[in-house]
Design a protein around this ligand. Structure first.
Ligand code: HEC
Ligand code: HEC
Length: 203
């Protein structure tokens, strides 16, 4: 499956008519790459499958950092190695910036609703943290509505399963930039992770 997508991305990026102006070529490369990304991340980055994170409405700076981290093989969860290393190796800095602009502009779709009790517990963690466990309020960095800003990713509407996987990955050396959340990810129990992730999905 990966090989197939990889092949179509190569074709999409390499087939650019030589005579066009540089800026136009860049737009074309981004448009073609987006079609390949859509096969997993969904049209407009509104992923409907929790294996693939939603990209719509994600912040530009965060997207650039992730795609660069993939290309440099610094972010290295198993699925990222399998799905994102090969693709990102083909992206120039300019195409990465173009892709980040594109996804940052797309309107996020609201996430699937979750069980009410879980949502309330999660909201409390998100807004106030768990001072006794040394967990800071997530909202302090990710924004009141989890909309994100610059290098702090949008979490609102993201698949809960994906969010839980990331909170676990931050405990390992697989996502070195997640070190800013060391205290949060060390102290949260599995149930607390699930609650906060469910709340975020419901936004
Ligand atoms: C074959 C499927 C596939 C394709 C095609 C694909 N991705 Fe991904 N992508 C994934 C998977 C799987 C993950 C995350 C895996 C995990 O960590 O759970 C991911 C993660 C990401 C992330 C990290 C999101 C976050 O919230 O941190 C970004 C950004 C991303 N992809 C961008 C892209 C872009 C841009 C393209 C097109 C150039 C693309 N992907 C093509 C499967 C794919
Ligand atoms: C001190 C600031 C800070 C606090 C507090 C914080 N985060 Fe983060 N968080 C970040 C940064 C910065 C990143 C991006 C890391 C990277 O670039 O890989 C991030 C990334 C994430 C991601 C990965 C998103 C993705 O798309 O892959 C999740 C999930 C997350 N945070 C959840 C939380 C939760 C839940 C809390 C509260 C319990 C929290 N964060 C508290 C700064 C913070």
């Amino acid at each position: 499956m990966t090989t197939k997508f990889w092949g179509s991305l190569c074709a999409a990026l390499l087939f650019v008519p030589a005579a066009r102006a540089a800026g136009h070529d860049e737009d074309l490369q981004v448009q073609r790459a987006v079609q390949v990304c859509a096969s997993c991340h969904g049209d407009y980055g509104r992923s409907a499958d929790s294996r693939y994170p939603a990209l719509a409405g994600q912040t530009r700076d965060y997207l650039i950092r992730q795609l660069t981290d993939f290309r440099e093989q610094k972010r290295s969860e198993t699925d990222v190695q399998a799905y994102m290393w090969g693709i990102s190796a083909l992206l120039s800095d300019a195409t990465i910036a173009g892709l980040a602009d594109y996804y940052a502009r797309q309107e996020a779709r609201p996430g699937a609703p979750v069980q009410a009790g879980l949502q309330a517990d999660g909201r409390a963690i998100f807004e106030r943290g768990l001072p006794a466990q040394g967990v800071r309020a997530c909202a302090a960095c990710h924004g009141q509505g989890a909309e994100g800003a610059a290098g702090f990713p949008r979490l609102a509407g993201q698949h809960a399963d994906y969010l839980v996987r990331q909170l676990k990955a931050f405990r390992t050396p697989l996502r070195p930039h997640g070190v800013v959340m060391k205290k949060e990810t060390r102290a949260l129990t599995e149930a607390q992770m699930r609650a906060v992730a469910s709340y975020l999905q419901s936004l």
